[in-house]
Design a protein around this ligand. Structure first.
Ligand code: ADP
Length: 198
């Protein structure tokens, strides 16, 4: 109980700290090379034991034509992915959570000609077969401290800051985030983000 409570407290504290850092305009993104393939697989793996408790299938599909090394902030990208995958696992009792990564709409024309000089738009999708989100709550969940249902904190914990932070981080990466959901059947969160490439 102590361990779970401490983890929960730490999660809330770091969410609040991140949120105020972003709000104050003091969050500067890094520009370092990383492998998006590795980052996605590692992020998903962190949830394997929690998913196994519900016999949830976790899977990831990464477009083979993406540049092998992108340049950006892997820590902040991982933070967005962990938040979306964490929510998907939390709100899904049976079925699967699928992460897909491919070129974004305007990044689809393969890689630009001169490495280092151009950017590449990626699109990430995190789809689950969970409880879903009522249509009238789809916008609100991106607002600070907002959850779809007032019983959510009691049942699942959380502070309602994760998606607000994710949206802010995605916007810092020159992308956009959105969600489509079918209540009772599942939700799909999609975001784009722009990276350099080597
Ligand atoms: P938290 O998870 O800490 O409550 P978030 O900002 O990450 O905060 O999410 C806000 C709310 O959006 C959640 O409390 C939940 O009501 C809803 N939500 C987010 N992701 C999902 C999902 N995959 N399936 C169903 N509801 C979701």
């Amino acid at each position: 109980i102590l361990r779970v409570s401490a983890d929960h407290l730490l999660e809330i504290l770091s969410d609040i700290l991140d949120f105020s850092k972003i709000e104050s305009g003091n969050l500067v993104l890094e520009k370092i090379p990383f492998s998006v393939d590795k980052l996605c697989r590692e992020s998903l793996q962190l949830f394997s034991s929690r998913a196994a408790q519900n016999a949830l299938r976790l899977d990831c599909s990464i477009d083979a034509n993406l540049p092998p090394a992108l340049v950006g902030d892997p820590v902040r990208l991982r933070q967005v992915l962990l938040n979306l995958i964490g929510n998907a696992v939390k709100f899904t009792e049976k079925g699967e959570v699928l992460v897909e990564v491919g070129p974004g709409a305007s990044g689809g024309n393969a890689a630009p000609s001169a490495p280092g000089s151009e950017t590449f738009l990626l699109e990430f999708r995190v789809a689950d077969t969970g409880v879903g989100i009522p249509p009238d709550k789809l916008d609100a969940i991106f607002e600070r401290f907002t959850q779809a249902d007032s019983s959510t904190t009691r049942k699942y914990g959380g502070s309602g800051l994760g998606l607000t932070i994710s949206r802010q981080l995605v916007e810092l990466m020159n992308g956009r985030i959105g969600v489509k959901s079918d209540p009772g059947k599942g939700s799909t969160f999609t975001f784009t983000a722009r990276f350099g490439w080597t």
